[in-house]
Design a protein around this ligand. Structure first.
Ligand SMILES: [Zn+2]
Length: 307
């Protein structure tokens, strides 16, 4: 709660006027409480309780709402008041909806053959609330379920009708996945060194980093520092899908380092449509700052005079 006084909320006052008004009147269950629906429910829920089987079966209490549902064709008994309330919210910009919670009370067991009737009331409309999703109002409806006119249970259902918060796209770079096998590579990059793995068994260079050598199977390795020189071996231009951290279109190159291994990286220094196979490039270390701290990544810049 803020420290300032509650400001006048004209919409809120209009919405509050709907409290206590009916949301559905004298609805009737499309089917009586019945064994096949109970069996399907129990199968779907994995509920094997013997209480829901046999001649003395009761319906699982949590099926309460199931007996009131309108099915694909919907309900007949819905009132204008509920639609008006939602309409007011829509007009005010609260166009999004999320179901937040449901609360049930069971007053007597339901058994196959019971004919269910119900009515629903707009029980409460909250003050204006700001959530992570956006700003809006919680609307609680209460459905009273009856059998032969006697209360059998209540079902409270709460929605948040809200104006979605405008989210700033995160500009932060996705972090590389650093694991035991490639940690040495990223440590090198953090220190502005481009390290290539070298098999100590047969001397084969490899990238990306792997636990073992593809040529001889040897698990021992050391590193050599790349000169940073390379050429564009292949490339693609990314238009779609857009990623928040990158401004499309941009060129992604497969760079062949002078030492012979290849790595995927951005190609910078020329427009995306000027990237060509064979273009000479040189590694550049870029530092990105975000809430997790500094992140150093490699890009390859086209060598001056070659664009
Ligand atoms: Zn090897």
């Amino acid at each position: 709660m803020g420290a300032r006084l509650t400001e006048y909320d004209g919409l809120g006052v209009r919405l509050k006027a709907y409290e206590g008004r009916p949301a559905a009147v004298t609805g009737a269950g499309k089917d009586p409480v019945n064994a096949p629906m109970i069996r399907h429910w129990c199968e779907a829920m994995g509920d094997t309780s013997p209480a829901y089987r046999g001649p003395d079966a009761i319906a699982p209490p949590t099926m309460l709402q199931a007996w009131t549902m309108g099915g694909l064709l919907g309900h007949e008994g819905r009132t204008g008041a509920y639609d008006e309330l939602l309409g007011l919210l829509d007009e005010s910009g609260c166009t999004s909806v999320v179901a937040t919670d449901c609360e049930q009370e069971y007053l007597r067991p339901l058994r196959p053959g019971d004919e269910v009737t119900f009515d629903a009331v707009i029980e409460s409309v909250s003050d204006r609330k700001t959530t992570k999703l956006g700003t809006g109002y919680f609307v609680t409806t209460r459905m009273d379920v009856r059998v032969d006119g006697e209360p059998a249970g209540t079902h409270r259902f709460r929605i948040l009708k809200y104006a979605p918060a405008r989210r700033k796209p995160p500009k932060r770079r996705p972090r590389p996945v650093v694991n035991r096998d490639n940690a040495g590579f990223w440590e090198g990059v953090a220190g502005h060194r481009l390290l290539i793995q070298r098999c100590t068994g047969c001397g084969t260079l490899r990238h990306p980093w792997l636990p073992g050598c593809n040529a001889c199977g040897c698990l021992d390795w050391d590193t050599v520092e790349a000169s940073g020189a390379g050429t564009v071996y292949s490339h693609v231009v990314m238009h779609h899908p857009p990623f928040p951290a990158f401004e499309p279109p941009y060129a992604v190159g497969l760079i062949e380092l002078a030492e012979g291994v290849r790595m995927v990286s951005n190609v910078v220094g020329v427009p995306y449509d000027k990237v060509r196979i064979g273009l000479p490039v040189r590694v550049e270390f870029r530092t990105y700052e975000d809430e997790e701290g500094a992140l150093v990544l490699t890009v390859f810049r086209v060598v001056e005079g070659e664009g």
